[in-house]
Ligand binder design. Structure first.
Ligand code: SF4
Length: 479
């Protein structure tokens, strides 16, 4: 996609081949944004062409030579574009391309989007002469012009590293993103004939194909149905494309023949079926690595927890976001785990096949407060946070005390168990394991009245057969 000589004035190479390049902590010269920075952003704004100095790149704050090796600094990326065909509707789509274009740079790694951006510049790149952020801005401006030359007449890039200058733009951007997301909230999956797809993240997760519907914003949180539609319209051969709905195969879970067909084609046969609104299906929507949050099944309470990438602690299942992200991402379908956008929690279809909000049992307080207006009034106080539940025991006590809707399932399950007590649990000669157990990273073992949890990291277990024997004391029959 890059022309020979287009980058000859820069000390590093630029091209598709560098997408997917990982820069580890030890290889990093300087880190920009990321979890250590409270305010960071990347934003594209359409402006009047007369207010744009074409191809200009401005650095507002310290540049690379002013930064200490190994340091972490704030960052704000503001791309301003103009042109007769440059419509406001395209801002979100153009903005998401910052991720892709940044990752074309040899020695620069870019993660996430909007208010979550995180970049690393490698020691090797700095050694080669990558000594100014101006070079980064120049690459962005040139790639935008080369890719969107027909609609963008002028472009300028402002790179902020001064936290005092970042804060007001960040605050304003939060309002812009909220307004963008609010547009799709009143529209439902049932009211449109066309869904849209995105494969921008396929370089990191080859089998990942995002389906974007009015009721399911992309898991990165950066592209809603309107954005994907606008992108597919201006560039039908690009990473965003139309998905005719086809036949609705499962209304509750959100399975459509059109999504299955296109996903199979785009994932080169890897993914054959997709369900949009559940995490308890073997055909869960795939997750790349850009998701803002993970929904995870908690089998011990028959509920669903949610953890966002900014939450640093461990969740009630004993695992932090990063551990679950490693197992959930990469384009896989993992039953019991799915990557999603924070905005998806505002959808009327939010995990509707699993019980929606009535199945949510735990989430970090930060996220709960952020979307509190979207949580039904009758459930909001019944959802635990890290402030009241840090492990499974405290979660169970909390849910019981609040009479969370999942609790009634515990009673039903216990009664069913009692009825089944007389029957042997395991057929002689063992039993077939389900293809995927909706539980990750741990095996619960009861022994001598004590509960033990064995965490298996990165393990793959094969068995010809498995015998499961009940070992807890016999329950007394209720009268
Ligand atoms: S997460 Fe999905 S919608 Fe967002 S950029 Fe990646 S592929 Fe596109």
């Amino acid at each position: 996609m890059t022309e020979e000589g287009m980058w000859s004035d820069l000390p590093f190479n630029v091209g598709l081949v560098y997408e997917g390049e990982r820069i580890r902590g030890k290889q990093t010269y300087v880190e920009l944004g990321g979890p250590k920075q409270p305010a960071k952003f990347e934003l594209v704004q359409v402006k009047d062409v007369k207010d744009i100095k074409d191809m200009d790149v401005e650095i507002i704050g310290p540049d690379i030579p002013d930064m200490k090796e190994g340091g972490n600094y704030p960052i704000g990326v503001l791309v301003e574009v103009g042109g007769k065909q440059a419509e406001k509707d395209l801002e979100a789509v153009l903005e998401r391309r910052i991720h892709e274009f940044s990752n074309f740079i040899e020695g620069l790694m870019h993660l996430n989007q909007r208010y979550d951006i995180w970049m690393r510049i490698s020691k090797a790149a700095v050694k080669k002469g990558f000594n100014s952020l101006k070079m980064y801005g120049t690459v962005l401006a040139r790639l935008y012009k080369s890719e969107f030359g027909k609609i963008l007449e002028k472009i300028q890039v402002k790179l902020y590293t001064d936290p005092d200058k970042i804060k007001p733009i960040y605050d304003n951007a939060m309002g812009i993103w909220e307004a963008r997301d609010a547009r799709a909230r009143d529209l439902s999956d049932d009211e449109v004939d066309m869904f849209y797809g995105c494969t921008l993240c396929s370089s990191f997760a080859p089998s990942h194909v995002c389906t974007v519907t009015p009721g399911r914003i992309a898991l990165c949180g950066a592209i809603n149905w309107f954005d994907a539609r606008a992108a597919a319209k201006i560039d039908p051969e690009g990473p965003n494309f139309a998905i005719p709905k086809g036949e609705c195969l499962d209304e509750l879970a959100g399975e459509y023949s059109g999504i299955n067909e296109i996903t199979k084609k785009k994932s080169l046969g890897e993914i054959e079926r997709v369900t949009l609104h559940t995490i308890l299906s073997p055909y869960n929507h795939t997750s790349c690595g850009c998701f803002e949050a993970i929904a995870f099944f908690v089998p011990e309470v028959d509920g669903v927890g949610i953890v966002d990438r900014n939450y640093k602690g461990t969740t009630v299942n004993g695992l932090p976001f990063s551990t679950m992200a490693n197992s959930t991402g990469g384009g896989k379908q993992v039953e019991g785990f799915v990557g999603m956008a924070i905005e998806y929690m505002r959808s009327k279809k939010f995990l509707q096949a699993d019980g929606g909000w009535n199945r949510i049992v735990w989430m970090p307080a930060g996220i709960k407060n952020r979307i509190i207006d979207a949580i039904p009034k009758d459930i909001v106080d019944k959802i635990a946070t890290e402030e009241v539940a840090t492990d499974l025991d405290s979660l169970k006590s909390f849910l019981k005390e609040k009479n969370h809707p999942v609790v009634k399932n515990w009673v039903e399950e216990a009664e069913e168990e009692e009825e089944e007590e007389a029957a042997p649990m395991v057929p002689a000669g063992g039993m077939q394991m389900p293809s995927m157990v909706p539980m990750m990273g741990g095996i619960q073992v009861a022994s001598g009245g004590a509960n033990w949890k064995i965490i298996l990291k990165g393990a793959k277990i094969y068995a010809d057969e498995i015998h499961i024997k009940r070992i807890q004391p016999k329950k007394k029959k209720k009268k």
